[in-house]
Design a protein around this ligand. Structure first.
Ligand code: KIV
Ligand code: ZN
Length: 515
């Protein structure tokens, strides 16, 4: 049986899509989880895109072990390649991933190059990338809409110039599995390309990303590019967990497997949702909330007799454990730690005290603590955002006859700020306006989401916000059984995030200037 390499692009193609941006610390956390999951390559980012991307790639490269290759993306030009290499070269196994579009439409409207000029560019800059490392991946962007003969010429030039692996992206999610197979067969027909390892990178615009990736694996792809939960540009990239579980469950069909520890899939998917604040759609294959739940009576009956009647894989195989440990207010630290382990979460020792203290506070307010409560608690307590502003006290009045008002006092680094008082169309708007006055920042609320973590009257309210300040956006999260308080906490968390990120950026710039 073959082993297909998993090239994870959650931190590059996934992160660059709207709503999924992550801070460097969050990316480092995610990279650690990806390595534990067993991915072969982490595409850590696009260093030339921004100073923040450069820093994340450099830090992920430093952190990764020799078991995990770290790739940095670069366009085919000297500056991009130099910047990408500066960032990724600290990895034990670094890779330069260079790309350029090969389709007529991109050549004409985006690159303004003739085919000859493009071939020259490939020759010059793939050779340049190969002067830094033997580990060079060449991607022909929009490969599936390119003239197949020209595509083959582009790949041959890249390989002759030093590329060690070629990637076939379905950039716009246009191909059908038949089209994709035809393109791959055409590439493999060429004597110079037959034995070159090839990778595939599929987008999901028509919902075919996983199907196309699997078709390519059947034709011998040695690497598949994907993201956790299928996040990515527009409709996303191929979902890592779906490809991996297809290979595992249908070994008979694909005769290929991966190095992924599938029992870590759920925890990795949940970590990503916690970090980005974006939940997985409930009916999503493998990682959706409903992927292993059975509602219809006839199904429930079958599953109780034998799970295989309605399940093609076990929940345990993707890390969904049976709820063996039930937590309540009498649960001690050992039980709590066992529960975290059962759910597949590794919490650094220094953070355990905080999470456990938060758990005890919640257990006093809520009788039944569910797995969802614990996930929400982890998300809240594991935040790395320093509490520069913190709520001291507030009063909100809400009415259908009088104005909605809020008066709030905050602590800034432990010192009381002058009170802020404001009105609003509703109590939450009044609270946010009052916080703007108390902090002195003129902030705009771009997004506000509230949900009950569980069912029941004592459910916790989880609030996610996105604020805008100086044309940048920052997210915040707040959790509390009182939804006003959860909203206030989320807004203040976003402000702290904004201050922290702005300061970190200034420090990072200083570091780069000194280098
Ligand atoms: O979709 C795409 O073509 C890409 C390339 C950079 C590989 O993301
Ligand atoms: Zn892509």
């Amino acid at each position: 049986m073959r082993t297909v390499k998993i090239f994870d692009s959650t931190l590059r193609d996934g992160e660059q899509s709207p709503g999924f941006s992550m801070t460097t610390k969050e990316k480092l956390k995610m990279a650690r989880a990806l390595e534990t999951l067993g991915v072969d390559v982490i595409e850590a980012g696009f260093p030339a895109a921004s100073p923040g991307d450069f820093d994340s790639v450099a830090k992920i490269a430093e952190q990764a072990s020799e078991k995990c290759c770290v790739a940095a993306l670069a366009r085919l030009n000297k500056d991009d390649i130099d910047t990408a290499w500066r960032a990724v070269s600290r990895a034990k196994d670094p890779r330069l991933h260079v790309f350029i579009a090969t389709s007529d439409i991109h050549l004409k409207y985006k690159l303004h190059l003739t085919k000859e000029e493009l071939i020259d560019k490939i020759r010059t800059f793939v050779s340049y990338a190969a002067s830094f490392t033997e580990n060079v991946e060449f991607s022909a962007e929009d490969a599936t809409r390119s003239d197949p003969e020209f595509l083959v010429e582009a790949y041959k030039t890249a390989v002759a110039s030093g590329a060690s692996i070629i990637n076939v992206p379905d950039t716009v999610g246009y191909a059908s599995p038949d089209d994709f197979s035809k393109i791959i067969n055409r590439i493999k027909q060429d004597d110079a390309l037959r034995d070159v390892p090839f990778s595939v990178h599929c987008h999901n615009d028509l919902g075919m990303a996983v199907a196309n990736s699997l078709a390519a694996i059947r034709l011998g792809a040695s690497q598949v590019e994907c993201t956790v939960n299928g996040i990515g540009e527009r409709a996303g990239n191929a979902a890592m967990e779906e490809i991996v579980m297809n290979l595992k469950v249908r070994k008979d069909h694909y005769d290929a497997d991966t190095r992924i520890d599938t029992t870590k899939i759920m925890a990795t998917s949940k970590l990503l949702s916690m970090i980005t604040g974006v939940r997985v759609q409930p009916n999503k294959a493998v990682t959706g909330d409903n992927a292993f739940s059975h509602e219809a009576g006839i199904h429930q009956h079958g599953v109780m007799e034998n799970r295989l009647t309605y399940e093609v894989m076990t929940p345990e195989s993707v890390g969904l454990t049976e709820n063996r440990i039930i937590l309540g207010k009498h649960s001690g630290r050992h039980a709590f730690e066992d529960k975290l382990a059962e759910m597949g979460f590794t919490v650094p020792q220094e953070k355990l005290d905080v999470v456990f203290a938060d758990f005890k506070v919640l257990a006093d307010k809520k009788k039944h603590i569910t797995d969802k409560d614990i996930e929400a608690l982890l998300k809240n307590s594991l935040s790395d955002i320093p509490e520069i502003f913190k709520v001291d006290r507030y009063m909100i009045s809400s009415s259908n006859m009088l104005s909605n008002t809020c008066c709030i006092r905050l602590l800034k680094n432990g010192v009381r700020t002058p009170e802020g008082t404001a009105m609003g169309g509703g109590p939450i708007e009044a609270a946010f306006n009052a916080i703007n006055i108390a902090t002195g920042y003129k902030i705009l609320l771009a997004e506000y989401k509230i949900e009950a973590v569980t069912g029941g009257n004592d459910a916790q309210g989880a609030v996610s916000v996105r604020i805008r300040y100086n044309d940048r956006s920052f997210k915040g999260y707040g959790l509390d059984p009182n939804i006003f308080e959860a909203s206030i906490k989320a807004y203040i968390n976003a402000i702290n995030n904004m201050i922290n990120q702005t300061e970190n950026q200034a420090v990072a710039q200083e570091g780069r200037d000194r280098r």
